[in-house]
Ligand binder design. Structure first.
Ligand code: ADP
Length: 371
């Protein structure tokens, strides 16, 4: 087990494409770090640099106290699992899992024992003598994980390993992977474009965009205190609502307004003071509200902080929740409410917002204004 550290890593492909732009990060020993971001944000490039199959243009990579920047892949103690399982097609599960150990010169008894343990962890004991071509996608992915685990690597690297599995299996494999990682306690770096995987599996998540880390934090912290509008938008389902607002200051309150919303936050609260301070020299701000925090009350009833009245234009059912699309003029927002709420198309509803749960961003830079 080691810590993994990237120091000011830059990667330029073929001179021109800046794939990774000065990334620094630190993992804890035995922790699960996820790199998440849209396609092309540099996730795989970082993972490949950790594996040693892509060379960094600038910067240093450390495993514990060891500088591995110039160490070739075969001399790094890493195991990598890809989305296409890359199993040896003409071998059995056992032969696939043993292969790396055999190459390392591990004797037959020890190989047998190690494979047995890994197969047990991954619940593929019954499959050991099957040909890998006879297995389902999910089973093949377990074998691919098993083959990596038996090598007892210092660092475990996973590149979208669940991408080819169907939705149900993917959810199951998430749990399997997290349990496996806890069990073997190996420092893991996981790449995905799926924010739900990142949020459910990781100790820490690095959100990437355009080759840069936008925020590195624990999942709850990303959700509660996104550092900027990119992270706020990327993390959470449905995505956060963003609205242009103007701040109006009075003696005892600060009001955030646009053509529909008028949110009044008393300045005898810490939040009110903070909002007043960050909006004092600013004409416009971008207000962020998670759909779960935009509270809809049925016609007529209003309580707490009335933010505005708005029409229901679309209702989506999602199990125990309803997703309401609300519109008035140019303003369009989404609210998630309890499935039992009685609401119909065309209703004008009141929306309220707890000021403690609102976010404000600089419209120019996208940086979060309230910490
Ligand atoms: P992600 O994994 O987040 O989708 P990548 O690390 O694959 O992102 O890619 C980051 C950027 O680097 C993209 O613009 C991509 O087109 C470019 N890139 C990736 N691999 C190569 C390569 N081998 N040669 C040139 N450009 C590449």
């Amino acid at each position: 087990m080691v810590t993994v550290r990237l120091e000011n890593i830059v990667k330029r492909y073929d001179g021109d494409v800046l794939a990774v732009d000065n990334v620094s990060l630190d993992t804890e020993d035995g922790s699960f770090l996820t790199l998440v971001g849209p396609s092309g944000s540099g996730k795989s490039t970082i993972l490949r640099m950790l594996a040693g199959v892509v060379t960094a243009s600038e910067g240093r990579i450390m495993f514990g106290d060891k500088d591995v920047t110039d160490i070739p892949p075969q001399d790094r103690d890493v195991a990598m699992v890809f989305q296409n399982y890359a199993l040896y097609p003409n071998m059995t599960v056992r032969e696939n899992m043993e292969f790396g150990l055999k190459m390392q010169g591990v004797d037959a008894d020890e190989r047998r024992e190690t494979v047995k343990e890994a197969a047990h962890l991954l619940q593929i004991q019954e499959l050991l003598d099957r040909d890998v071509q006879q297995l389902s996608g999910g089973q093949q992915q377990r074998v691919a994980l098993g083959r990596s685990v038996v090598r007892d690597p210092e660092v475990f690297l996973l590149d979208e390993p669940l991408a080819n599995l169907d939705a149900k299996l993917r959810t199951e494999m998430r749990t399997t992977l997290v349990e496996l990682q806890r069990e073997i306690g190996v420092t893991t770096v996981y790449v995905t474009h799926n924010q739900i995987e990142a949020m459910t599996m990781s100790d820490k998540v690095a959100v990437l965009d355009k080759g840069r880390i936008q925020q590195l934090a624990a999942p709850q912290e990303l959700y509660r205190n996104p550092a900027n509008q990119f992270v706020a938008d990327f993390i959470g389902t449905p995505s956060m609502n963003f609205l242009d607002v103007e701040a109006r200051h009075a003696d005892d309150a600060v009001r955030l307004t646009n053509e529909v919303f008028d949110i009044s936050v008393p300045t005898d609260t810490a939040t009110g003071v903070a909002i007043r301070d960050v909006t004092t020299d600013r004409g416009k701000s971008t207000l962020g509200i998670r759909p779960q925090d935009l509270v809809v009350s049925e016609r007529g009833a209003s309580e707490g902080y009335l933010a505005g009245q708005i029409e229901v234009v679309l209702i989506e059912t999602a199990g125990d929740k309803l997703i309401l699309h609300l519109e008035e003029g140019d303003i369009r927002v989404i609210s998630v409410v309890n499935e039992q709420m009685s609401v119909e198309y065309g209703d004008k509803v009141n929306v309220t917002i707890d000021p403690e749960r609102l976010h404000l961003f600089d419209p120019e830079t996208g940086d979060a204004l309230l910490s």
